[in-house]
Design a protein around this ligand. Structure first.
Ligand code: ATP
Ligand code: ATP
Ligand code: MG
Ligand code: MG
Lengths: 259, 259
């Protein structure tokens, strides 16, 4: 199983959109995909018409009573999406209380890693959608994944957030004594805006080894897809946005082979 | 002093942009304005070229040693912005640790209200920028303000977030035994997208008393302004986005008079 986290502590940069877009494209090629919603806000869960306020079970339940090691239990929590071949491990809003409940207990940063070890043969890819804040959920995602994708807007404020995300990554990785490859993905790029063009250049200068050489353009079709609860490539497989994510997926897979 | 909170638990909906836009327009008319950054990510602080990772003092320091009652101390924490008449009470990333440090202590939800009681004669307006998560910082903002502005995108996923924000508001208000008027402001509206138009209609049906009758359009000038560290009305006072915020300000002030 390949496990990719999609994370950025800045809100509204296209994390959920990236998870859904990449997930749909992996399924198009026949891969078995699991999407995991680690955000107490539950955008990914809502995207597929599940209600994060009233679902019976979710990722939350795996943090208690060693359930993260019980494959039969885990499989009861996983839900289908609008596309065959893509499942969802949903979030509930109760995840917001996790920080206070588990702070100080050992091993709480590894619950997701243990869950995915159980599901290892059920899926080819797991994509992790994370909340825009550093806490036990983001730490779980960074501990469980093999690669990090950092969507970031091409605007001035985003550079500061990017610096902090990379700093957080280095901190968490040094405490776990391992390296994690990361790819910075410029999103919501608008080539008509001077600020976007300048910031994209600055980003490439600051992180020459890590910024993807293209960018995801602004494309109104993403909203249409989320309105319908469809994967973007199911709504329109040749839109500008989907084509850009297809290029990104090719780049991410190539980087995996090189490793 | 009038105190308005700008809040939504969903990320990237235009909270910081709304604070900066409304703040700049209030100053244009001669009001003395204080902007307060309650987001550990520090977007508002970064907007004015202060560094949330290295500032000496910030809102964080007011949560300790009764400093929120010490007017001289508070005035040393406040910083100037790019426009005369608008000051900033900045954030530092240390605010992210507040949740763990103060949980269980009494009165931590009222630190900001006490701070603003001290600054009451220094400013005509205080605008509070909040983080996209329910916690001690958002509770402080809701406890301190007299009106809540909820920016929300006109897209399907946002309706779920809006429902949760209104639910949170009712919960916090009933624990404080008071009412808080709120205005829902549709942002990033794109009239070319079918999903935007449909969602806006749905929003008006769900919250007939609270949704502003216009919407803030998508306008690339906001990014240019943040790139320059200028208030949007300083960069271009007649852009579509600034004009829309001017209409919003007129509506908010009218609602205040009626009260
Ligand atoms: N390339 C794009 N073009 C146009 N709109 C986009 C694009 N990417 C994302 N969006 C829109 O921007 C908004 C924010 O995206 P999304 O919810 O994916 O961000 P996020 O980082 O997951 O936010 P949060 O921090 O709240 O989890 C959504 O309305 C989405 O439809
Ligand atoms: N009306 C608009 N038109 C175009 N871009 C906008 C508009 N409003 C906000 N933006 C852009 O959208 C992005 C998100 O806005 P902003 O940072 O204000 O949201 P936020 O709700 O404060 O996010 P967070 O949850 O991270 O605090 C920024 O790049 C901003 O420039
Ligand atoms: Mg998201
Ligand atoms: Mg903000």
């Amino acid at each position: 199983m390949r496990i990719w986290s999609i994370a950025n502590q800045k809100g509204g940069v296209g994390k959920t959109t990236s998870v859904v877009s990449l997930g749909g494209l992996l399924a198009e090629r026949g891969a078995r995909v699991l999407l995991i919603d680690l955000d107490p806000h539950g955008s990914l869960t809502s995207y597929f018409r599940y209600d994060p306020d009233s679902l019976e079970t979710s990722l939350y339940d795996l943090f208690f009573n060693q359930r993260c090691k019980d494959l039969d239990y885990i499989r009861t929590v996983v839900k289908p999406t609008s596309r065959k071949g893509v499942d969802l491990l949903p979030a509930t809003t109760s995840l917001a209380t996790l920080e206070r409940q588990v702070s100080g207990q050992d091993g709480m940063g590894l619950v997701l890693a243990k869950t995915l070890a159980q599901l290892w043969d059920d899926y080819d890819y797991a994509l992790l959608d994370t909340p825009p804040i550093l806490g036990v959920l983001l730490v779980n995602a960074l501990a469980a994944c093999q690669r990090l994708v950092i969507p970031t807007q091409t605007e001035h404020l985003a550079l500061k957030g990017l610096e902090r995300m990379v700093h957080t990554l280095r901190m968490v990785m040094s405490s776990q004594n391992r390296q994690l490859p990361y790819t910075i993905v410029p999103t919501l790029f608008d080539r008509r805006t001077q600020a976007s063009v300048i910031t994209l250049k600055e980003m490439r200068q600051l992180y020459p080894e890590h910024v993807w050489q293209e960018a995801i353009p602004i494309d109104t079709k993403f909203r249409d897809a989320s309105h319908e609860g469809l994967f973007p490539n199911e709504l329109d497989s040749s839109s500008r946005g989907v084509r850009a994510y297809r290029h990104l997926l090719a780049e991410l897979e190539q980087a995996e082979e090189v490793k």
